[in-house]
Design a binder for this molecule. Structure first.
Ligand code: ZN
Length: 76
């Protein structure tokens, strides 16, 4: 009978460890899996270079690759 209790206890322990490991693993995955999805690329309205949308500068006439091009504005 005590063997059965020990077995249950070990099973419970394994369950706790497994759950803890799962949580740690998912937390680690959450950290590393930031926007790994291909980011939308936008073209600089001044020079036409492609850059990630998050790095583009919003300006008058579109998005720009740098502060200087934003100041220059879109060429037409
Ligand atoms: Zn540019």
């Amino acid at each position: 009978m005590s063997k059965l209790i020990l077995l249950l206890f070990l099973g419970f322990l394994a369950y706790i460890v497994f759950k803890g490991y799962q949580r740690a693993a998912s937390r680690r995955a959450g950290d590393s899996s930031r926007p790994k999805a291909p980011e939308r690329m936008v073209a600089c309205a001044s020079c036409g270079v492609n850059l990630p949308e998050s790095e583009a500068l919003e300006g008058n006439g579109g998005r720009f690759c740098c502060e200087e091009h934003r100041r220059l504005g879109a060429h037409d």
